[in-house]
Design a protein around this ligand. Structure first.
Ligand code: BMA
Length: 380
């Protein structure tokens, strides 16, 4: 081969590598299953958007626990593709919404066996007051290395780590998307803007991830970062999103919690304007994810009590439906606590058929569409 041809071949290979480079997990020791899962997650983002529901198997309208129960299943005869859980109150036997950790663990393993995906958020209680994540008296600097409650925070992390460690199916650790310290650009949690500095928040995030990965040697976790849309200035774009961003080596999923543009009671914009803003917010996380060679997700959304008619097809799906080649991998609606607080329409609710139409849309993936995300698929 002559020298010019050799240079051409090398350049071609490098460029090709750059163009099709697969996103890489931040954990270089991630288990094989976790790598495979992430690979398939990235691939499926090009094909459609997975639907998720918080606490789907734990309770719903007029029922509590029970094997196989699900409000989503009742309406569309299929399960969500993504199942959300929360570790708030990890020191106790039940979480902040009364879900027992023993049940949660077995549901997480069931979800894995069904080929579904688990994502875990953490409404962390500050270790000095152990009241709730909304108790903003707790200081972040107290729990950082050198702080007076650092050991107490490590104890809490040990409990989180033991829970994750116990999420095993046979010998396989169940891959889990972990989403700690969410909505940090809002001021309602003790780790939020105004309650700690940006530097402290970043230090907290980094310490937490390093501790789970390097000290506790957990290698089946994928990390999602999720600011809240209501505190983003969409005209400033990337810059506002990156407030508190701990760095590309500390985040796998570029997430966003957006209730704001989907009919939030305090948003005074017209519904049409909100739909435009919603689209823009999704384009923003898509752009950031592309720049960083990661995937994006609408980590929380919803319309409480489903008060808006045709919310699923009109408010949620329509603005994001034609977003082809998007990195948006999933969206997750919040929990069905009771008749006064729910996000998935129950049987008999006015939006039940709208939810079914949403389910039938080609862009939306529920459990049956997934096949099994933990099994090798052909192609890139
Ligand atoms: C909030 C509400 C609360 C709940 C918390 C954690 O949005 O649903 O009732 O305790 O999330 O799930």
């Amino acid at each position: 081969m002559n020298i010019r041809k050799a240079i051409f071949v090398v350049l071609f290979v490098c460029l090709y590598g750059l163009c099709v480079a697969q996103p890489k997990l931040i954990d270089q020791y991630a288990t094989e299953k976790t790598e495979l899962f992430y690979h398939n997650l990235c691939k499926s983002a090009n094909e459609g958007i997975m639907f998720g529901h918080q606490d789907d198997l734990s309770y719903g309208i007029d029922w509590w626990a029970g094997k196989g129960n699900s409000d989503v299943k009742k309406v569309v005869d299929d399960y969500p593709a993504i199942f959300g859980w929360d570790l708030g109150g990890i020191h106790g036997e039940r979480n902040l919404d009364s879900v027992s950790y023993n049940d949660m663990r077995s549901w997480i393993i069931d979800v894995y066996s069904m080929g579904g995906i688990n994502t875990v958020s953490w409404h962390t209680y500050h270790p000095l007051n152990v009241i709730s994540s909304w108790e903003t008296e707790g200081e972040v600097y107290d729990i950082l290395p050198g702080g007076k409650a650092h050991e107490a925070y490590k104890n809490q992390l040990n409990q989180v780590a033991s829970f994750f460690e116990s999420c095993k199916s046979g010998n396989t650790y169940v891959p889990i998307i972990f989403r700690p310290f969410h909505e940090h650009n809002g001021d309602w949690f003790w780790w939020g803007k105004g309650n700690c500095t940006e530097k402290e928040y970043i230090a907290l995030w980094r310490f937490t991830i390093d501790y789970l990965k390097n000290e506790k040697k957990l290698h089946h976790l994928i990390y999602a970062f999720s600011p809240d849309r209501s505190r983003l200035d969409l005209d400033k774009g990337i810059e506002t999103y990156l407030y508190g961003y701990p760095g590309d080596d500390y985040v796998d999923i570029i997430g966003l919690d957006n209730y704001w543009d989907l009919g939030h009671g305090a948003n005074t914009m017209s519904r049409e304007q909100q739909k435009k803003d919603f689209k823009k917010s999704i384009e923003l996380i898509d752009l950031i994810a592309k720049q960083k060679n990661k995937i994006s997700a609408l980590t929380e959304t919803g319309n409480d009590r489903q008060s808006i008619t045709e919310w699923y097809t009109n408010s949620l799906l329509e603005p994001i439906k034609n977003n082809e080649f998007s990195t948006l991998s999933y969206l997750l609606v919040w929990r069905n606590a009771d008749m006064d607080h729910f996000y998935v329409p129950y049987v008999g609710h006015k939006n039940q058929y709208d939810f079914k139409e949403f389910y039938n849309d080609d862009r939306m993936f529920f459990l049956e569409d997934l096949g099994n995300i933990y099994i090798e698929k052909s192609g890139n």
